[in-house]
Design a protein around this ligand. Structure first.
Ligand code: ADP
Ligand code: MG
Length: 239
C-alpha cells in the first residue's frame, strides 16, 4: 500500500513558484528522503503535505484524499510533521510539551511518555526543565517525541540535522532509522544528503521547485552529479 501519494503538487507565494508539479510517493514502511539545496522548495513541499501551506494538487494518505482537509484533520488521519526549527513550547517543561502534543489523541499518554523517555533518556532526566533551556539536540529529541506521541502512520521531518553537532546528527539519524524499522513510514527532508540517503530506501532530488529521481537511495549515493553538487568532498578526500 502507498502510505503517501502526492500528484502534481504546486505551491506559490505570490509570483514565487516554490513547488512545481511535484509528484512523489512513500510506500507503507518506507523511509524516503528528499534532498536539495537551500531554497529548493523542500519545506514548502512538506508544509503543503501537512496542510500548512496553500497548495494545488492531489494528496492521498493511505489511499484517502486529504488535500481538502485542514492541518489538524490530516494529523487525525495519521500524519505528523516535525517542522524546520522544531517549534516546541519554550516556556513549558519537557513533560508539558509532551502532554500538550497529546491533546485530542487516542493513544495512552502514560505509555507514550514512557516510550519517549526510553528512546531519549536525556529527556527523562530533564523532564521538568523548561524546553527553551535544552540544548539543540535535546530540543530536536523533544520535537521528535512530540510528533510520535500520537503514533503517526507517516512521520515527516524537515531538516532534523540542522544546527546540530555531527555526533548528535548521527544519533538522530540512527533513531529515525529505528523508528522506521519499527513500522512507521517516514518522509525526510534534508540538505545533509549523504547522511540522509545512507538511511533511506529511496530518494528524490529537489531543484528550484522541481522533484526528480525517486530511485534507490544507494544508487543516488553513488551518483557522480549528486556528488559534485550536494555531497562535497568525501570524508577521506584530501583538501
Ligand atoms: N512564506 C513565504 N513567502 C514568500 N516566499 C517564500 C515563503 N516561504 C518560502 N518562500 C520561497 O520559496 C522558495 C522555497 O523555499 P523553501 O520551501 O523554504 O525551500 P527549502 O526548504 O528547500 O530551503 C524560496 O525561494 C523561498 O524564498
Ligand atoms: Mg527548508
Amino acid at each position: 500500500m502507498k502510505m503517501l501519494e502526492v500528484r502534481d503538487l504546486n505551491v506559490r507565494y505570490g509570483v514565487v513558484r516554490a513547488v512545481l508539479d511535484a509528484s512523489l510517493h512513500v510506500d507503507e514502511g518506507e523511509l524516503v528522503v528528499v534532498v536539495g539545496a537551500n531554497g529548493a522548495g523542500k519545506s514548502s513541499l512538506l508544509r503543503a503535505v501537512a496542510g500548512l501551506n496553500k497548495h494545488r494538487g492531489d494528496i492521498e494518505l493511505a489511499g484517502s484524499p486529504v488535500a481538502h482537509l485542514r492541518a489538524e484533520q490530516r494529523v487525525k488521519r495519521g500524519l505528523s510533521l516535525v517542522p524546520e526549527g522544531r517549534h516546541i513550547f519554550g516556556r513549558m517543561s519537557v513533560l508539558e510539551n509532551l502532554q500538550v502534543a497529546h491533546w485530542g489523541a487516542t493513544t495512552d499518554l502514560g505509555s507514550e511518555i514512557s516510550d519517549a523517555f526510553a528512546r531519549f533518556p536525556r529527556l527523562e532526566e530533564r523532564k521538568h526543565q523548561t524546553a527553551a533551556t535544552l540544548s539543540g539536540g535535546e530540543q530536536q529529541m523533544l520535537a521528535l517525541s512530540r510528533a510520535l506521541i500520537r503514533k503517526p502512520r507517516l512521520l515527516m521531518l524537515d531538516e532534523p540535522s540542522m544546527g546540530l553537532a555531527p555526533k548528535i546528527v548521527a544519533q538522530m539519524f540512527e533513531i529515525i532509522s529505528e523508528i522506521n524499522a519499527a513500522g512507521t513510514s517516514v518522509l525526510l527532508i534534508e540538505q545533509n544528503a549523504r547522511m540522509a540517503l545512507s538511511i533511506a530506501h529511496r530518494g528524490y532530488l529537489m531543484e528550484t521547485g522541481t522533484l526528480s529521481g525517486g530511485g534507490d537511495a544507494r544508487v543516488m549515493l553513488d551518483d557522480e552529479r549528486l556528488h559534485e553538487a550536494y555531497f562535497g568532498k568525501s570524508p577521506g578526500a584530501a583538501s
